[in-house]
Design a binder for this molecule. Structure first.
Ligand code: TXA
Ligand code: MG
Length: 345
């Protein structure tokens, strides 16, 4: 059964909250991507997230809290900048890394002494967080996809990832995620020595953060906390992915056609017809909103290659370019190979 936001009746939310309280998994919509949630204070429940995703044990998960939740319950050594950023951007697509409070289980932090925390703005996520433990709980939730795969931006994407996995009590349907790429992650746990560090770019830009705390977040250093979204290869479909700038694309498309290759194209400029294509808005927000659904759709077309028209290198495109680079990482050299190797038929 599929439920739109407006149809989301309290009993559906209450049942999902009760499932979380009973240690089961619930997938839920957020404004960024769908999350695979478990009670953050139940180590066995958190362990089943890792098992369902096939995710390495030492990768920490983000704790989602209701609006108005106490940062002091979850974190310690809280700098004023954390409260300023929470006031400015929560509920919303910003995750802060802070020192973990002693009562928070190891399981959510992959053994690190920090915790990632965010308050999402999607009304269904907020309703769930308010119903769960009377709004005082935390829901540990990574993106609701198998490890390394494209994040889900619809309830159907989640069902496609997990099928009828018995660990998943329910998938709440809140429509297509608005932002479309994962939250911005800023590390505030080492302010004194490293300043704020941008671990993952997203809809909330480094400039927007700097406007609030008067300091531009730095790029990650070697000692920065681990984040799986910062692995070189991540967010990847099964079909190889390559990016090319607009000027090179038309020529590449012609050569791949000559070599008998089936190309699925994700683009924003007008380009010649190919095996399959989806044209996305030529704005960072519009492109991000539709990107993961486009990657999934193009992945199911039986193409030899997903070719993406590379967006501009400007700052506003940083989050989109970051995800595309990781989606394409495992496929370097693929275009050359497909043009020069003998076609498979
Ligand atoms: O938008 C989002 O952030 C979505 C929705 C569901 O909220 N969640 C999400 O979770 O993208 P996940 O697990 O797929 O990515 C979270 C990233 C991971 O790269 C993880 O390693 C990092 O956050 N992370 C979580 N806690 C951390 C910590 N204590 N230190 C460093 N990185 C952390
Ligand atoms: Mg993820």
């Amino acid at each position: 059964m599929s439920l739109a936001v407006n149809d989301m009746q309290d009993p559906v939310i209450a049942r999902a909250a009760a499932a979380l309280e009973a240690g089961q998994l619930v997938a839920f919509p957020t404004e960024t991507v769908y999350g695979l949630g478990a009670d953050a204070e139940n180590p066995a429940a958190v362990a089943s997230i890792y098992a369902a995703k096939g995710r390495p044990q030492d990768h920490p998960v983000i704790v989602h809290v209701a609006p108005g939740a106490s940062l002091d319950y979850w974190t310690t050594e809280i700098p004023p900048q954390a409260r300023q950023l929470a006031d400015a951007f929560w509920p919303g697509p910003l995750t802060m890394i802070l020192k973990r409070a002693p009562n928070i289980p190891d399981a959510v932090s992959g053994g690190q002494d920090t915790v990632g925390i965010r308050c999402p703005s999607h009304p269904v996520a907020i309703a769930l967080l308010q119903a769960f433990k009377h709004g005082k709980g935390g829901v540990a939730a990574p993106s609701a996809n198998k490890f390394g795969h494209v994040s889900p931006t619809t309830a159907q994407h989640v069902r496609d990832e997990f099928g009828d996995d018995p660990r998943l009590a329910s998938v709440l349907d809140g429509g297509q995620s608005d932002v479309g790429i994962e939250s911005t992650i800023v590390d505030l746990s080492r302010l004194a020595t490293h300043g704020p560090v941008l671990l993952r770019p997203g809809h909330i830009s480094a400039e927007a953060i700097a406007a609030v705390i008067d300091q531009v977040p730095a790029r990650p250093d070697a000692a920065a906390p681990r984040a799986s979204g910062t692995l070189e290869s991540h967010y990847a479909p099964h079909t190889p992915v390559a990016m090319q700038d607009t000027a090179t694309l038309a020529n590449t498309l012609a050569r791949l056609a000559t070599a008998g290759r089936k190309v699925a194209l994700i683009h924003y400029s007008a380009l010649p017809a190919v095996h399959a294509a989806v044209q996305l808005p030529a704005t960072p927000a519009g492109f991000a909103h539709a990107l993961y659904a486009a990657l999934r759709t193009m992945d199911s077309t039986g193409a030899d290659l997903i070719l993406v028209e590379a967006p501009p290198q400007e700052g506003a495109w940083l989050g989109v370019n970051d995800r595309l680079r990781r989606a394409a990482h495992g496929s370097s050299g693929i275009v050359h190979g497909l043009i020069n190797d003998t076609p498979a038929f």
